[in-house]
Design a protein around this ligand. Structure first.
Ligand code: ADP
Ligand code: AMP
Length: 218
């Protein structure tokens, strides 16, 4: 399985990538999670990415592509959530896959409207250790602020504040939306209605993007 999940912040890409990567044994590659982990460990990459992430801007393509090269060196079954975010990143991904004689199965576009996204992001709580997300409105943890699985604290991301969310949505429109045409032009775009409940979105993805896929291992 080789999928990329496209769509604005808050559309549910991480939620679905987590569910499907577990179910199919594919690797979830979330560039946002990798960058946050680098910040936590105070690596050079973490320091270089920090100011962009705080503002809600994209981290420069060269840094991101280098990161993806390292991730892909180790696996050929993946679900990417949060990458690619620019046409240059998508072209770099195609080139990396071509070198390895691999191809994407599909780019799944998560369609949603801005009002829903702002509501979802401002009520999102995350386990920084595993990347698992909750939502205080639609999917709350059993105990507020505590992860159901590891019992540790949940946090709200700095960039989920309303003013940064607005900036991230603008950045999506300006820099990431052109990828819809990029993948449509090569017949790889499929679309799901991201406003549906989590289980329904999973079922849609299975139908349009993975129904023909064998159960793969990473
Ligand atoms: P993304 O990775 O696209 O930024 P997330 O998967 O982190 O988005 O989801 C954003 C928020 O919306 C989280 O709080 C998550 O629990 C919630 N969420 C995800 N999918 C749905 C859905 N289908 N319906 C309602 N809430 C959802
Ligand atoms: P996310 O967790 O996907 O919402 O990403 C959080 C932030 O990390 C974004 O607002 C960007 O600053 C940065 N980021 C994540 N993925 C990418 C990417 N593919 N290209 C550039 N910046 C990224």
């Amino acid at each position: 399985m080789r999928l990329v999940f496209l769509g604005p912040p808050g559309a549910g890409k991480g939620t679905q990538a987590r569910i499907l990567s577990e179910r199919f044994g594919a690797r979830q590659i979330s560039t946002g999670d990798i960058l946050r982990d680098n910040q936590e460990r105070q690596t050079d990459l973490g320091h270089m990415a920090e100011s962009y992430m705080q503002r809600g801007d994209l981290v420069p393509d060269a840094l991101i592509v280098k990161m993806i090269e390292a991730e892909l060196a180790e696996c050929s079954n993946f679900i990417m959530d949060g990458f690619p975010r620019t046409v240059a990143q998508a072209e770099a991904l195609d080139a990396l896959l071509k070198e390895r004689r691999l191809a994407l199965d599909a780019a799944v576009l998560f369609a949603a409207n801005p009002q829903t996204l702002v509501a979802r992001l401002t009520s999102r709580w995350t386990n920084p250790r595993t990347g698992r997300t909750y939502n205080t409105i639609t999917d709350p943890p059993r105990v507020p602020g505590v992860d159901d699985e590891d019992g540790g604290p949940l946090m709200q991301r700095d960039d989920d504040r309303p003013e940064t969310v607005i900036r991230r949505l603008e950045v999506y429109d300006a820099q990431t939306k052109p990828l819809v045409a990029f993948y449509r032009a090569t017949g790889r775009l499929v679309e799901v209605d991201a406003l549906q409940p989590v289980d329904t979105v999973t079922a849609q993805i299975l139908k349009v993007a993975v129904s023909a896929q064998p159960q793969a291992t990473s």
